[in-house]
Design a protein around this ligand. Sequence first.
Ligand SMILES: C[S@@+](CC[C@H](N)C(=O)[O-])C[C@H]1O[C@@H](n2cnc3c(N)ncnc32)[C@H](O)[C@@H]1O
Length: 390
Amino acid sequence: MPENYAALHAFLAKCPASLEPILAGELETLGASDIQLLHRAVAFKGDKRLLYAANYQCRTALRILVPLATFTVDSQQDFYDEIKQIRWEDYFTSTETLAINTTLSGSLFTHSHFVSQRTKDAIADRFREKTGERPSVDISDPDFRINIHLFNNEVTVSFDSSGDSLHKRGYHISNAEAPLSEVLAAGMILLSGWMGDSNFVDPMCGSGTLLIEAAMIGMNLPAGYFRENYGFMKWKDFDAKLWEEVKDDGLQQQRSFYHQIIGSDISATNLRSAAANLKQAGLHKDIELRTGPFQEFTPPKPPGIMITNPPYGERIQVDDIIELYRDLGNALKRNFAGYKAWVISADMRALKMIGLRPMKKIPLYNGPLECRYAGYDLYEGSKKAAKQIE
Ligand SMILES: C[S@@+](CC[C@H](N)C(=O)[O-])C[C@H]1O[C@@H](n2cnc3c(N)ncnc32)[C@H](O)[C@@H]1O
């Protein structure tokens, strides 16, 4: 899109907080250069092939932005004038639809919606003056997504190459209560260090997000394997041949997975959602689902990892949340010797009730909820595990 785009160009990948180093690692593997960790984002350089590959393969990216212009402004009028000066007609026509997304902090403007509105006005006015027609806004399914980032009086205008957020992988057709975002689920698995080298279980699996992301990591299926549409496909410079090559490259990296992936849940309704999602992903033969309380769940022999997202009592009401976490701790000590275990929760008091000393505690956000993601090493032999009880 922007000039010199065929050569190295600066890109920005957005991600959830705390996943920046994981995303940077994914981008490095794909061959990105000049990688820089920012807050909830990673800046990097690459060419068009890398842009397509980052969209297709990065499990922890929410969207990949292509910066088009940066400038500083001293007034709201400045902002309008600068936006109007951009040669928008080089990128799209008045018959195409737009959506504008703004993020701002401590700037001349206080409302992101107002900035988006002024951006739309400036683009529409430019088109009207040049062609007599103007593009219209379509928030749900636009041809072009434009991103405005304002930090104090510095403005960055970017095209969003992803379109819909990349957490929409294309397999999640049925929701249980409080499902995890696919990007957060993948990030949790990668933060644990699990790469498909042992068994994987989630005894409170809900709609199965962690199970499916684990299977995709285990088999090294590209994150975008089930997804059909990306923003860059509507761009004037879309290179369909290059896109096919990028997908082939990704698919060739698949590997065999020799361990078990098992999900379980107390709710038959939630398990039906999981089954529907597994079927949609074509992974129903690779993942086993069981019905029942985690208190009675027995995992396969170690080595293995348990990663789970129990109720927090925020979005899901549980009669006694403290009791549930105490039970989880007891189940880990009793049945999971030789396993690693990771639990995400927004309820710090409940998390303590697990009664094991975490080897790691990572701050994460599940949507707006501030969480801790705690990792435990359940050494082989229940006596040793019991010693960890605080
Ligand atoms: C926050 S949801 C998990 C959502 C899941 N990660 C997803 O992406 O869909 C918590 C799940 O724990 C289940 N649950 C609650 N108590 C349980 C218990 N005692 N045994 C097993 N599952 C339980 C609920 O039915 C619910 O599906």
